[in-house]
Design a protein around this ligand. Structure first.
Ligand SMILES: Cc1cc2nc3c(=O)[nH]c(=O)nc-3n(C[C@H](O)[C@H](O)[C@H](O)COP(=O)(O)OP(=O)(O)OC[C@H]3O[C@@H](n4cnc5c(N)ncnc54)[C@H](O)[C@@H]3O)c2cc1C
Length: 141
């Protein structure tokens, strides 16, 4: 459980939380399989795996530059963070808050957080493409 199976940097402060979730999910799997460990482990894997990839992606993207490892990347990350924060304040039904803030909401699973963050990323890319195309049309017309 915990760091023994998915150790990641402490950037998003989820090491203890995700370790405790592991324990709860294993408990659930053991309950469902009458404490039969050889049935419980595959069940544990199938219940837990849907959150593990999102958790790894969140550790890589939600707040990766807080120790000043790469000043330029940190600046770009800050722009991205405050842009999402601002857009969420103005249009909350379209843009989700930054993933690092969504992580503080204990009612959301890592998978739900990742889906929300990705949805906002796709909208931002679409807006960027529309802006560039509009600029090119304006410039060359
Ligand atoms: C600098 C830093 C900052 C962090 N900040 C945060 C934070 O803000 N929030 C957060 O949620 N997480 C944070 N984490 C991550 C968090 O500490 C870990 O994810 C969490 O402690 C993992 O719990 P665990 O029970 O899986 O492992 P551990 O806490 O490492 O527990 C494993 C235990 O097993 C013992 N052990 C090992 N081998 C044996 C053996 N052979 N026999 C008996 N015992 C053994 C070890 O001594 C240890 O006590 C941080 C980590 C670091 C390094």
């Amino acid at each position: 459980m915990g760091d023994a199976i998915h150790c990641f940097p402490p950037d998003i402060g989820q090491g203890v939380n995700s370790a405790l979730e592991d324990v709860c999910v294993l408990h659930e799997a053991l309950s469902q399989s009458n404490d039969n460990i050889s049935q419980a482990l595959p069940l544990y894997e199938s219940l837990r795996s849907k959150d593990l990839k999102p958790l790894i992606r969140l550790a890589q993207t939600a707040f990766p530059w807080q120790y000043n490892q790469a000043p330029l990347s940190r600046k770009l990350w800050n722009v991205n963070f405050f842009l999402r924060l601002l857009l969420n304040r103005v249009l909350p039904f379209i843009f989700s808050p930054p993933a690092f803030l969504l992580i503080q909401n204990y009612q959301l699973s890592y998978q739900e957080i990742w889906v929300k963050a990705q949805r906002t990323t796709k909208i931002l890319y679409a807006l960027g493409i529309i802006l560039i195309c509009s600029f090119l049309v304006w410039k060359f017309s």
